[in-house]
Design a protein around this ligand. Structure first.
Ligand SMILES: Cc1cc2nc3c(=O)[nH]c(=O)nc-3n(C[C@H](O)[C@H](O)[C@H](O)COP(=O)(O)OP(=O)(O)OC[C@H]3O[C@@H](n4cnc5c(N)ncnc54)[C@H](O)[C@@H]3O)c2cc1C
Length: 309
């Protein structure tokens, strides 16, 4: 109920106007966001590397309303890729297709995705196409496939274990050799599309982790990303890999910036590849609301600080 309300508010323009006006919201969001500028994200990528952690940088933004905004968002990614190369740091980038104009037409988003893939290829890095709400799943997968058909192999996408369709999607993506990040799913979905019970989402996560790791054992290019802060999911992945002699180098764990920092370092110290998703930029509101929805303690922290001011 609380999760559903927060996810509803993440789309509300009036709530956004109200909440982002308060300095305390910005202060609390800074726990999950590297900062507002490219300089901030480069600094964080360096700090993470010093702690043995890899990065994927995300320029926050989604559901743009005009072609000009879509073009600006893609230009920001081109600048980000140039900055990563110029600063001599290593980082992937993660992006959302609605930020590149998917709501305005598939051709708009694909055009910008291709521009970013071209620049990423030139600087030698990888692009992860994030997965958004279920109304975008088919179009996201179609555009990832279109980009691969156009000759780009430096991209992968994301599958959410809360969707019933994900087992079939993962099987198809494995067949096609597409790199998958597996997460539980962060959006509000109806019961005809997604498991309503957390236990089922978790069980499916474990099952899909097994499918991805098994595929990686035979096809190194699959190199899956197990994206979760849930110690049970992480233990299941480690156990499955150990039981099937799948070396830690053939997959990676991923976590969000600011969440379970000690666990990120512990896994890296144990010899696992760990990548941190590092968002930055001014468009932090919907991302911040999804993080509040995932953990009630974050909301109480926010509310208690709100009333202290
Ligand atoms: C690298 C990465 C990329 C992602 N990309 C996508 C994407 O493209 N599309 C998408 O729909 N979702 C994405 N997600 C979000 C994901 O779907 C989940 O909503 C989120 O990761 C919470 O699920 P969990 O696996 O951590 O497990 P949960 O069962 O939600 O949490 C397990 C434990 O992790 C900790 N935790 C989880 N969330 C938080 C939080 N916000 N603050 C503090 N502690 C927390 C708590 O200790 C909690 O008990 C991504 C997540 C990661 C880590």
């Amino acid at each position: 109920m609380l999760r559903a309300s927060l996810l509803y508010l993440s789309h509300s323009k009036s709530a956004r106007g109200l909440i982002t006006r308060f300095p305390v919201a910005r202060a609390v969001s800074s726990r999950f966001v590297a900062g507002e500028t490219m300089g901030d994200v480069i600094r964080v990528i360096r700090e993470l590397a010093a702690r043995g952690l890899m990065s994927t940088a995300d320029h926050l933004g989604e559901n743009v309303a005009s072609e000009a905004d879509a073009a600006r968002a893609a230009d920001d990614y081109l600048r980000l890729l140039d900055q990563i190369a110029a600063a001599g740091v290593k980082s992937h980038v993660s992006l959302k297709l609605t930020q590149f104009g998917l709501d305005l037409g598939e051709a708009v988003a694909l055009g910008h995705l291709r521009r970013v893939l071209e620049r990423a290829r030139a600087v030698g890095t990888f692009v992860r196409v994030d997965m958004e709400g279920a109304e975008y799943t088919d179009r996201t997968l179609a555009l990832v496939r279109a980009a691969r058909a156009a000759g780009y192999d430096n991209l992968g996408t994301v599958i959410q274990s809360y969707l019933y369709r994900s087992e079939a999607d993962i099987a198809a993506l494995i067949d096609e050799g597409v790199r998958v990040r597996l997460c539980k799913g962060a959006y509000k979905e109806p019961p005809d599309k997604a498991f309503p019970a957390k236990a089922d989402v978790d069980a499916n996560y474990v099952k899909l982790t097994g499918a991805l790791l098994k595929a990686a054992q035979h096809t190194p290019a699959i190199y899956p990303a197990i994206a979760t802060h849930d110690e049970k999911m992480i233990a299941a992945a480690k156990d499955f890999a150990a039981a099937n002699q799948i070396p830690p180098a053939s997959f990676e764990f991923q976590m969000l910036y600011g969440i379970r920092r000690e666990l990120q370092e512990t896994l890296a110290a144990q010899g696992y590849n760990v990548r941190v998703y590092v968002p930055y930029g001014t468009e932090w509101y919907p991302y911040f609301m999804r993080r509040l929805a995932e953990r009630p303690a974050n909301l109480w922290f926010f509310v208690s600080n709100f009333f202290k001011r």
